[in-house]
Design a protein around this ligand. Structure first.
Ligand code: YK8
Length: 177
């Protein structure tokens, strides 16, 4: 896997969770800029295992000339039971893109860790892995991997940049810098 984001933000852990994992204005705006359309999500539901789960469905716009322009996607997020409100959150997100070539071969697993650093600060880490459900041919596999990493890198760079913007807005005039 790869670590795409590893940074301390001047945003509380609780706020970071709200920004990324609820239907926040931040996420709505970010999806809008990324041309992620028709998003719908379930609410967080308690699982027998003690964790929580929610499912998102949306359509992504792809700017890769080799692939179609759109794909529907399903993202299942699991909040681990070891998470502690305001302190530590670990979320695994499995993302299936249903309409890209070879979509039945792979999915993406994103792991988000939000760790309280102080009252108003947290560290955000995002790890990503491309997982295979079937064994593709070497050439196909490298094609999938290469295209996935570049799309993911672009997405998470952009997410990090937007979080920095949000941080600047939130800390402006708050006096607790
Ligand atoms: C979520 C992983 C792969 C996919 C894409 C397709 C490669 C096809 C390979 C062929 C377009 C929001 C990505 C990046 C689309 C976007 C997905 C996002 C960023 C050519 C063989 C969507 C997180 C996420 C996970 C997986 C990403 C796809 O919240 O390259």
């Amino acid at each position: 896997g790869r670590l795409f984001v590893n940074r301390v933000f001047h945003i509380s852990a609780e706020k970071m969770f709200d920004l990324l994992f609820t239907d926040s204005n931040f996420m709505l705006r970010f999806m809008d800029i990324r041309k992620i359309i028709g998003a719908s999500s379930t609410s967080w539901q308690r699982e027998a295992s003690g964790g929580m789960k929610r499912t998102l469905n949306f359509t992504i716009t792809i700017n890769n000339p080799l692939i179609g322009k759109f794909s529907t996607a399903t993202e299942t997020q699991t909040l681990y039971k070891e998470s502690r409100e305001g302190q530590y959150y670990m979320i695994d997100a499995e993302v299936y893109t249903h309409d890209v070539p070879y979509h039945d071969y792979f999915y993406t697993q994103n792991r988000y860790c939000i760790i309280r650093n102080s009252k108003h600060k947290c560290r955000l880490r995002i790890y990503t892995d491309v997982k295979y459900k079937k064994h593709p041919w070497g050439l196909v596999k490298s094609f999938i991997t290469k295209n996935s990493w570049s799309g993911l890198e672009d997405y998470f760079r952009h997410l990090e940049a937007e979080l920095l913007e949000e941080e600047a807005e939130l800390t402006q005039g708050s006096g607790d810098a």
